[in-house]
Design a protein around this ligand. Structure first.
Ligand SMILES: *Cc1c(COP(=O)(O)O)cnc(C)c1O
Length: 386
């Protein structure tokens, strides 16, 4: 995999804004601890750069990733705060977890009972399955047995006891019911087990934003992920609270690589699905579906010269055409996500056009797109030097 550093297509990531968002959500939820979720390369923005910004500013108390290699990447970049791997993991790599002080998730009592002999201290997070039906404990007696095993083994220590809500980002009555049911199950399973309440972690981004202040939820440690980008993670279903002022973090840009005159009626791109509506200029942009701008984005708009202009014809692997309102010089800036004068294309609007969620758009932006870090923190941590 090679990053196209010479191509004028780039994702800009504002590290000051990302840090502001994490600090804002800490105040909003009154959380004691903030565990920044940086799985999938920090939702595509760059896990190392975000972690360095959050560690330098103490905006995060720990980092959460999905697999061991993501955790090792952060350790190798010099991150010293705790790192927790969310996914269920076998026993093969326990030495790496121990040596690098990485927190492993306990998916079941069976897993815990069959742990092999350890080479040192292992930190654990207990997953409580209240309704995701993915990993974790769903029986109170098994949680009690796990707690006893951990308490009795000096090589095991507990980092977190946590659950994950399936419907915190939805407004409908059914979603509310499911959320309440999960909360009830949490209390049925975890209350009276004698855990230190500071270990509890229940809130993903949506729970932080729309359920803050609910006395039934522990905000001892929060786990926001997508919210770090400062977008509405409900995909428009729930309004963002007025007082929670998040800042936009990412922008996606390219430049016109070719501009040509094309006659009315001439077809463009694979399948010849669209023709020129009139004589005019077509711009060719150096990005395509291999950058994560998928074929379903055909017909959507980009911003050039502070105006919306439509993508014409199918998006190809590496090149995409746009209908211009006049001739523009080569190298003219094109905005795919971000502001251009009075116009703006948001990540939310791209997700809506694609009939999907913001997370999918953002994490699909390909590794070959170069990332450019902005904000004072980019300078402080040398984010653009790698
Ligand atoms: C992905 C994930 C998070 C973060 O979710 P967001 O909705 O992006 O905030 C938190 N906890 C768990 C268990 C997750 O899998």
């Amino acid at each position: 995999m090679v990053t196209a550093i010479h191509r004028p297509t780039w994702l800009s990531v504002d590290l000051d804004a990302a840090t502001h968002n994490l600090q804002a959500i800490r105040r909003w939820t009154k959380a004691k601890k903030v565990y920044a979720v940086l799985k999938a390369n920090g939702y595509g923005l760059g896990a190392v750069q975000l972690a360095q910004a959050f560690e330098t500013t103490a905006a995060a108390d720990a980092f959460v990733v999905s697999n061991l290699d993501e955790a090792l990447e952060l350790r190798q970049a010099g991150i010293v705060r705790p790192i927790w791997v969310l996914g269920a993991w076998g026993y093969e790599d326990l030495d790496l977890f121990i040596k690098n002080k990485i927190v492993i998730t306990v998916p079941s009592l069976d897993w815990l009972q069959h742990l092999p002999i350890l080479s040192g201290q292992l930190m654990l997070s207990l997953a409580i399955d209240t309704g995701m039906t993915r990993i974790g404990f769903d029986q109170a007696d098994q949680i009690a047995a796990a707690k006893q095993l951990i308490d009795q083994n000096p090589q095991l220590s507990l980092f977190s006891v946590y659950t994950h809500f399936a419907t915190a980002d939805e407004s409908g009555e059914q979603s509310q019911h499911y959320f309440d049911m999960q909360l009830q199950r949490w209390h049925d399973l975890v209350d009276r087990q004698g855990f230190d309440p500071d270990l509890f972690s229940m809130a993903n981004s949506a729970t932080c934003i729309w359920h803050a202040g609910d006395p039934r939820i522990s905000f001892a440690a929060i786990r926001p992920g997508q919210l770090i980008s400062g977008v509405n993670v409900s995909n428009g279903d729930l309004p963002m609270p007025r007082d929670l002022q998040l800042e936009k973090v990412l922008g996606l840009y390219t430049e016109l690589a070719d501009v040509r005159f094309v006659k009315k009626g001439q077809a463009l791109s694979y399948g010849a699905t669209q023709t020129m509506p009139q004589d005019g200029y077509v711009g060719t942009m150096p990005f395509g579906y291999n950058d994560g701008w998928l074929r379903r984005m055909q017909g959507s708009s980009v911003l050039i010269n502070q105006k919306k202009m439509p993508i014409l014809g199918r998006i190809t692997m590496d090149q995409t055409m746009v209908l211009l309102d006049q001739k523009y010089p080569l190298g003219t800036r094109v905005t795919l996500i971000g502001k251009d004068g009075p116009e703006e294309i948001t990540l939310e609007s791209v997700a809506a056009y694609s009939h999907t969620i913001v997370d999918e758009i953002q994490t699909t932006l390909a590794p070959r797109i170069k990332r450019i870090y902005t904000g004072d923190l980019a300078e402080v941590i040398g984010a653009n030097n790698g």
